[in-house]
Write a protein that binds this ligand. Structure first.
Ligand code: HEM
Length: 130
C-alpha cells in the first residue's frame, strides 16, 4: 500500500505546476526510481516502525530555496488526495495526520532557516483541490 501511494503521489506531484518544477530541478530522471525507493523506506519507518530509513530528510529541504508555504500546502493537499483514494478511511486519517505534522515541521524549519520570524505562525490551512 505504501508503494502504491508513493508511486501515485509522485506521478501527480511531478506534473503539478507548483511542486513539479522543484522535483524536476532537484532529482534527475535517472535518480527518480532511487528517490521513490527512499520515500517508501521513509514511510515504512514512520508508519510501521521498520527503521528501513535512517536519513536526515529536513536537511534536503533546507537546500531548496523555492520551498514556500504555497508549495507545502499543495504538496500536503496532493498527498491527502492520494492517500484517501488508495487507503481505507481510518488508515488514511492516520497517514494524513502524520504527513501534516511532518510537513508543518519542515515548513517552520525552512522559514526559520530563511530568517523569517516564526513566532505565532499558525499551522498551514488545508488547500481544497478542485
Ligand atoms: C513542497 C513540499 C516538498 C517538496 C517540493 C519536496 C521535495 C523534495 C526533494 C527535491 C527532495 C530531494 C530528493 C533528492 O535529492 O533525491 C526531497 C527529499 C525527501 N523528502 Fe521532500 N519535499 C516536500 C515535502 C516533503 C514532506 C512534507 C515530506 C514528509 C512528510 C518529505 C519527505 C522527504 C524525504 C523522506 C526525502 C528523502 C531525503 C533523503 O534523501 O534521505 N518531503 N523532497
Amino acid at each position: 500500500m505504501i508503494r502504491a501511494v508513493v508511486d501515485r503521489f509522485y506521478a501527480n506531484a511531478r506534473e503539478d505546476e507548483l511542486v513539479g518544477p522543484v522535483f524536476k530541478a532537484a532529482v534527475p530522471d535517472q535518480r527518480w526510481q532511487a528517490h521513490l525507493d527512499t520515500i517508501v523506506d521513509f514511510w515504512s519507518s514512520v508508519l510501521l516502525g521498520t527503521r528501513r530509513y535512517d536519513g536526515r530528510p529536513l536537511r534536503k529541504h533546507l537546500m531548496l530555496p523555492e520551498l514556500q508555504d504555497v508549495q507545502f500546502r499543495r504538496w500536503l493537499a496532493l498527498f491527502r488526495q492520494t492517500v484517501e483514494e488508495v487507503c481505507p478511511p481510518d488508515l488514511a486519517a492516520f497517514w494524513v495526520d502524520r504527513s501534516e505534522r511532518i510537513g508543518n515541521s519542515f515548513r517552520i524549519s525552512v522559514r526559520m532557516h530563511n530568517g523569517d520570524d516564526v513566532t505565532g505562525l499558525r499551522p498551514l490551512e488545508r488547500e481544497v483541490l478542485p
